[in-house]
Write a protein of this length. Structure first.
Length: 61
């Protein structure tokens, strides 16, 4: 069951990371040159936090 949680959250995090990056670019008024690197940083941060929470709440520390 935990595998299903990780898979669903990963898909949502991908979409959320893209949305967050677009909001940052709109606020800055330009597209960033290293857009993929910034996307990866956002996705990695969200994934580490989310996956840690999943492991904590499903009882698999």
């Amino acid at each position: 069951m935990q595998f299903l949680y990780f898979t669903l959250v990963a898909a949502l995090l991908y979409l959320a990371s893209n949305w967050i990056l677009e909001r940052i670019e709109i606020a800055a008024g330009k597209r960033f040159h290293n857009r993929s690197l910034l996307f990866f940083g956002i996705l990695l941060t969200l994934a580490v936090v989310s996956f840690s929470l999943i492991r904590t709440y499903t009882g698999n520390h």
